[in-house]
Design a protein around this ligand. Structure first.
Ligand code: PNS
Length: 165
C-alpha cells in the first residue's frame, strides 16, 4: 500500500528541557516507522526552562546522530500549524502511564479536529515509565544519580548548569 507523503513524515513535539532517555527511545522507534521524523522543540513564551531553546536543540542533535532520517527543529504556536507547514501527517507521543493518557487523548482529538493530523500513541519502554525531564532535573539538583536516565552529554550539561545556579 502506498501512503500519501504526509503519512510518511512524523513529528515528536515537546519541551525537551532536557531530552531524556525516554524521549530518545520514542524518537528511535518513530524513526523506524516513518521516513522522516522531526523532533520539534516547542517555543513556550510563558515558561523559561532550565535550558535555552538553542541548548535543547543542540542536545537533541548530539544524541540523535545515528538516525539520518531524524532532524531537530523548533516551532512556535500550534503543533498542527507546524504539521501543515512541513507536510507532516502524524504526531508521535510517548505514553508512560494511564495518567498521561487523559490529557494526551484530549490533545490528540483537538489536533485531529483542527487539522486532521493523526496522533500515534507509543507506549513508553517500561524501563523509562517513571521518567520525566522535571524529575531528572530535581534529582540532579539535589545531587542524585541520573546515570541511565539521560544521555551522557546531557548529564554533563545538567550538572554544569546546576553548579552555576
Ligand atoms: O514536553 P511537553 O511539555 O509535555 O510537550 C507538550 C507539547 C509541546 C507537545 C504541547 O504542549 C504542544 O503541542 N504545544 C504546542 C501548542 C499547541 O498546539 N497546543 C494545542 C494542543 S491541542
Amino acid at each position: 500500500m502506498t501512503l500519501p507523503p504526509a503519512a510518511r513524515r512524523a513529528v515528536c513535539p515537546g519541551s525537551f528541557d532536557p531530552v531524556t532517555n525516554g524521549h530518545v527511545d520514542i524518537i528511535a522507534r518513530a524513526a523506524r516507522i516513518y521516513d522522516e521524523v522531526f523532533v520539534a522543540v516547542f517555543v513556550n513564551p510563558s515558561k523559561a526552562g532550565l535550558f535555552s531553546l538553542d541548548e535543547r536543540m543542540e542536545m537533541l542533535a548530539e544524541v540523535t546522530p545515528q538516525w539520518p532520517n531524524v532532524s531537530v527543529t523548533s516551532f512556535q504556536g500550534l503543533v498542527v500549524d507546524f504539521c501543515k507547514s512541513n507536510n507532516v501527517g502524524v504526531i508521535v507521543k510517548g505514553v508512560r502511564a494511564v495518567s498521561d493518557f487523559d490529557y494526551e487523548l484530549q490533545m490528540a482529538q483537538m489536533n485531529y479536529g483542527l487539522a486532521g493530523v493523526e496522533t500515534l500513541f507509543m507506549p513508553t519502554n517500561p524501563v523509562h515509565s517513571f521518567l520525566s525531564s522535571s524529575l531528572v532535573k530535581d534529582v540532579a539538583k539535589w545531587g542524585g544519580d541520573i546515570t541511565g536516565h539521560v544521555p551522557e552529554p546531557v548529564a554533563e550539561r545538567l550538572v554544569a548548569r546546576l553548579r552555576e545556579s
